[in-house]
Design a protein around this ligand. Structure first.
Ligand code: ADP
Ligand code: MG
Length: 228
């Protein structure tokens, strides 16, 4: 597998806290799930990778540079229709106005929401809003999609639906880098698990092996607590 991102000695310090501490990591898998206890630094790592935060030290080396998009736990919806929310994302990326609406409708269809295209996005349920957010990134066809706990505030049915959409996006060739609290979901989506503990990369392990026998004591403790 080709390495698409090399992270070398990445660090982020806020005040006297080392939030990310000397992270060195090579990403080659097409579907990577970052796991770790609350406050371990998962969201911070993803934000550093997406360029939303500046590292205190270290480097990210992309080969090649990838177009990327990010989805958060709570979708950010503009005060307009579901369709216009998707169109907006395309316009931001400089898509021709004449093509935006067709592509946006197609993306809404992919997430099963074409019938809600003209509804005000903010009146949709949490699960529907997350699907609009996924339609927005789907329309952009990013080479890398980063998701930070995309199903954390959803009920199980919506969560499975979002998971299906993530799998479909991955099937279209988009690389996936995500975090989740849901270990079943991690198992179903990931090829590889990156486990973070207190700001440090503890291990990077193929998914089957991670859930059978993680290499580090920290990950063993984590799995025992989460799956007693
Ligand atoms: N801007 C900040 N300033 C100070 N501490 C922060 C900041 N952002 C995050 N943290 C702390 O860094 C740690 C890691 O946060 P986060 O990346 O959100 O963890 P996770 O996503 O794994 O739960 C937490 O202890 C959090 O409180
Ligand atoms: Mg987080």
């Amino acid at each position: 597998m080709n390495t698409w991102l090399s992270i070398d000695n990445l660090g982020l310090t806020e005040g006297s806290t080392r939030i990310i501490d000397s992270a060195t990591l090579t990403l080659s898998a097409r579907r990577t799930v970052v796991l770790g206890p609350n406050g371990a630094g998962k969201s911070t790592l993803l934000r550093l990778i997406h360029g939303l935060l500046h590292p205190s030290e270290g480097t990210l080396r992309w080969s090649p540079p990838l177009s990327q998009a990010m989805v958060f736990q709570r979708p950010i919806m503009l005060r307009t229709t579901a369709l216009a929310n998707v169109v907006y994302g395309l316009k931001l990326k400089g898509q021709k106005a004449t093509e935006c609406e067709g592509r946006a409708r197609q993306a809404l269809m992919h997430v099963g929401l074409e019938h809600l295209a003209s509804r005000p996005a903010r009146l949709l349920s949490g699960g529907e809003q997350q699907r609009v957010a996924l339609a927005r990134v789907w329309a952009l066809e990013p080479e890398l999609l980063i998701l930070d706990e995309p199903t954390a505030s959803l009920d199980p049915a919506s969560s499975r639906e979002v998971e299906r959409i993530i799998n479909d996006i991955a099937g279209g060739g988009t690389r996936i880098l995500m975090t989740t609290h849901n270990l079943g979901q991690a198992r179903r989506i990931a090829e590889e698990i990156v486990f973070i503990d207190r700001g440090r990369i503890a291990e990077q392990t193929p998914v089957a092996e991670f859930f059978k026998l993680p290499r580090t004591a920290a990950a063993q403790d984590f799995l025992q607590e989460e799956m007693p």
